[in-house]
Structures are given as structure tokens and as C-alpha cells.
Design a protein around this ligand. Structure first.
Ligand code: BTN
Length: 263
């Protein structure tokens, strides 16, 4: 029998039963839904999960493939006390939270592809889309909607995704509970978030990085160049070396591709 994601099942794994968890059969995008809730005053920590999304969104206007019952499509409302320009730290923190939760639930050692993707077996298994809404002055975020899409169940991906995407079950061959995974992510987010802005998670994000030490291609609009990823700085930016100079990338509209090893 296929497992249905539900508030009751998720809460079996949580001690914090007060948390608002809204599970929808379908919506266009859980990020859109969570933004509306945040606008009308929903509490920090509120989570919105959909069994399917009709217009799941990724970074840079991309779609996120969200077939019914196959993945965990979840958005969490956060209200961090940080400067708006530091919001990349939230994406970095969330990637570590998701990686830990996945490891706990299925033992898989997922890698982080700076800054918002998680990879397993060389393919993408999770994408993160953190959307910041600032107050009128624009200095501090009023709230951040943290969206995570994780491919969980055994899935036949469409041809355009089959080379680049995978799922936890495709890679591990094990049966994985979306309810348990959702609960573990919420717990890890809480843990990391309580210590925030302690930067321990950045150390873990460096350790789990699949780009540090690798040749990459940086893509920003029409601009495209090769560089070497050398580290992650204290704000979550990617330190690169390019043309004899060192610089730092912040996520914005930049994407990177890891150049395949020759060996
Ligand atoms: C990316 O791969 O660029 C990010 C993908 C983020 C997808 C998740 S699924 C839940 C939430 N709702 C959305 O519309 N997007 C995020």
C-alpha cells in the first residue's frame, strides 16, 4: 500500500505536537500557499505540504517535477533575525538539515551542490527554494518561505530528467517513509535554527560539499566561465578561483555545473 503523507502520521515522529502542519491534496506551489499564510500572520515554523503540486517552482523560473505521492513537497515559514542580504545562510542551513534527515531515514550520504541542491549517486535528489519577503525598508526579512522538494519514492523520471534526477528509493532500493522524512527535516531545522547564527552548520556544509576542490562552470545570464571552487565563506558564499583571482559567488541568479572528472 502506498504511504499517504498526513499531519497525524508526521506528528507520530515529533514531540512538538503544537506545530502547525497543513497537508494539502494538491496546490500550485506550497511556497505560494505558505506565502499567503505568512502574509495573514501564520506563526514561524508553520509547514505546508502537498501530495502533488501543479506548478512546483525551482530557482531561476524552473519547474519542479512534483508527481502525486512520489516526493516530499514542503514549505516552512521562517522568521529569522538576520539581515536580508544574509538569507543565503538559511539555504545553506536548510541543505544541511535535509542532508542530515535523509541520512537518518535511509543512511544515504547525500552531497550538497552549492547552494541549494542535494545529490545522491551523482544525480539531484532534492532542491531548495528559499524566498525572502522583506519589510518596507528592506533591511530584515519579514519572513522567509523555505521550500524543499525531495524525490522519495521509486520513480520513472521523464526523459528530460532521467539523466539528472533521481530519488531516494531509486538509489537505496529501500522503502522510505515521507512522513518520517518530513518530521526529521523539521526536527533538524529546529536544531540548527536554535543555534543560528552559530556557524557550525557551515563546517558541515563544507564537508558535504560536492563542489569544493572541483572545476566548475559558472553561469550568470549569458555569461559563462570556468573556475575552481575552493571553499564556502562565513556567509555561505562560494569562494572560487578564476583567472588567477579569488572571488565569492552569492547564489542570486547564478548557477554552477560541476565539470566531470577526466578519470
Ligand atoms: C530547485 O531545484 O531549484 C528548487 C526546487 C524547490 C522545490 C520545492 S517543492 C516545495 C516548494 N514549493 C515549490 O513550488 N518549490 C519548492
Amino acid at each position: 500500500m502506498t504511504e499517504k503523507i498526513s499531519e497525524i502520521e508526521i506528528k507520530k515522529y515529533l514531540t512538538d505536537t503544537e506545530r502547525e502542519i497543513i497537508v494539502l491534496p494538491t496546490t500550485d506551489s506550497t511556497n505560494n500557499y505558505a506565502k499567503e499564510l505568512a502574509k495573514s500572520g501564520a506563526k514561524a515554523g508553520t509547514a505546508v505540504i502537498a501530495r502533488t503540486q501543479t506548478m512546483g517552482r525551482g530557482r531561476m523560473g524552473r519547474n519542479f517535477f512534483s508527481p502525486e505521492g512520489m516526493g516530499l513537497y514542503m514549505s516552512v515559514i521562517l522568521k529569522p533575525m538576520i539581515a536580508a542580504e544574509d538569507n543565503m545562510l538559511i539555504t545553506a542551513l536548510s541543505a544541511v538539515a535535509a542532508a542530515r534527515a535523509i541520512e537518518k531515514v535511509c543512511g544515504a550520504d547525500v552531497k550538497i551542490k552549492w547552494v541549494n541542491d542535494l545529490f545522491l549517486g551523482g544525480r539531484k535528489v532534492c532542491g531548495i527554494l528559499a524566498e525572502t519577503v522583506t519589510d518596507f525598508g528592506g533591511q530584515t526579512p519579514e519572513y522567509i518561505v523555505l521550500g524543499m522538494g525531495i524525490n522519495v519514492k521509486k520513480t520513472d523520471f521523464p526523459p528530460e530528467l532521467s539523466e539528472v534526477a533521481t530519488s531516494l528509493e531509486n538509489e537505496t532500493g529501500e522503502s522510505i517513509s515521507k512522513n518520517e522524512l518530513a518530521a526529521e527535516i523539521l526536527k533538524e531545522l529546529d536544531r540548527l535554527y536554535t543555534d543560528f547564527p552559530a556557524e557550525e552548520f557551515l563546517e558541515e556544509s563544507r564537508r558535504r560539499s560536492m563542489v569544493i576542490g572541483r572545476e566548475i562552470t559558472v553561469i550568470r545570464g549569458d555569461e559563462k566561465y570556468d573556475a575552481r571552487a575552493v571553499g564556502i565563506d562565513g556567509k555561505g558564499g562560494l569562494i572560487i578561483s578564476h583567472g588567477g583571482e579569488t572571488s565569492v559567488l552569492s547564489s542570486g541568479e547564478i548557477s554552477i555545473r560541476v565539470v566531470k572528472d577526466e578519470n
